[in-house]
Design a protein around this ligand. Structure first.
Ligand SMILES: [Zn+2]
Length: 316
């Protein structure tokens, strides 16, 4: 129940299109203005009450917008994360909801989901680190997607879709914050292996299946991020494990070898031990085992969780 009287200065729009869940303001407000055939600057001027050129999106007034699209204010605030700061007086249930800020990032809604919703133009929404695959349509929507056209169809590589399921399983077992941290560590290691030309065969086979012969990709491309995803998630599962981290940090060589062996079993077959000092996993192990020597702090997922580093909250 909202204890506010509707503002009579604002009338319901002729086409009050609803927002998509977690849509960004920079996606929704222009879409709403376009649907109603109103210039964006005029629309914003009316919505914000700022009679000057180019009022900013972050000046959007949630209450006025709720009246204009004839939705309860609470419904609007649950859908648009960036507006929730205006509703400290409401008791919103935010646990598990996506936050509209770092570490989340704006990402493109799956284009096939958009078509199903009969939305004519691309939509961006706030995405968590684990929102990489649309399971309904099998499209890559994660890192590297800069336009809808980058949303590669993963049907030919079911192991990437399966990795997404495993990623979600890890989060349900260990929590989103430790997994997010281990995921970024793992992804950084995998990208360095890519830069060094390691483990090319598995990537080449997946590129062939996804793109056909004669493919060319760059380091930032969505398809490269999709292709390395199964190994990124597999390594995440090891790096997030307190047991395997303790072996990696052990001063007993046998324990460290067991850690490398596990990476060989679950991530890259044949990886048994780090070759040289340039190996990113070996650097990670040494930083974990000898943080003082290297002037680095130990960064276990539990420590990250306790310190709330990167401004993570369990509600993101
Ligand atoms: Zn979809």
């Amino acid at each position: 129940m909202i204890g506010e009287i509707p503002d009579r200065r604002f009338a319901e729009l002729a086409f009050p299109v609803p927002p998509v869940q977690d849509e960004t303001l920079s996606s929704y407000i222009p879409r709403l203005a376009r649907a109603n055939h109103v210039r964006l600057d005029h629309f914003m001027e009316h919505l914000t009450g700022r009679f000057r050129q180019y009022p900013r999106l972050n000046e959007t007034r949630a209450h006025a917008l709720a009246v204009m699209i004839n939705r309860p204010l609470e419904t609007l605030l649950y859908a648009l994360p960036e507006l929730r700061g205006q509703a400290a007086h409401l008791e919103l249930q935010l646990h598990g909801r996506t936050l509209g800020r770092h570490p989340n990032r704006p990402g493109w809604l799956c284009r096939r989901c958009r078509w199903q919703k009969l939305i004519a133009t691309p939509v961006t929404r706030w995405q968590r680190h684990d929102q990489n695959v649309c399971l309904r349509h099998g499209l890559w929507i994660g890192e590297g997607v800069s336009t809808e056209n980058d949303q590669v169809d993963l049907t030919a590589c079911p192991e990437i879709i399966q990795a997404h399921r495993y990623h979600r399983c890890l989060i349900s077992r260990l929590g989103r914050v430790p997994i997010a941290y281990a995921y970024y560590e793992s992804r950084s290691i995998q990208l360095e292996w890519v830069a060094q030309g390691r483990f090319q065969d598995v990537r080449a086979r997946r590129f062939d299946r996804l793109l056909g012969s004669g493919w060319r990709v760059n380091r930032e491309s969505a398809v490269l991020n999709a292709v390395i995803y199964p190994e990124v998630v597999a390594l995440t599962g090891i790096l997030a494990s307190a047991y395997w981290r303790s072996l990696a940090a052990s001063l007993a060589p046998m324990n460290v070898m067991r850690f490398y062996g596990e990476v060989g079993n679950r991530v890259h077959p044949g990886y048994r031990r780090a070759g040289n000092g340039f190996d990113p996993l070996r650097q990670w192990v040494e930083a974990l085992a000898h943080p003082v020597w290297l002037g680095r702090a130990t960064r276990s997922p539990s420590a990250v969780f306790a310190a709330n580093e990167h401004d993570y909250l369990d509600t993101h």
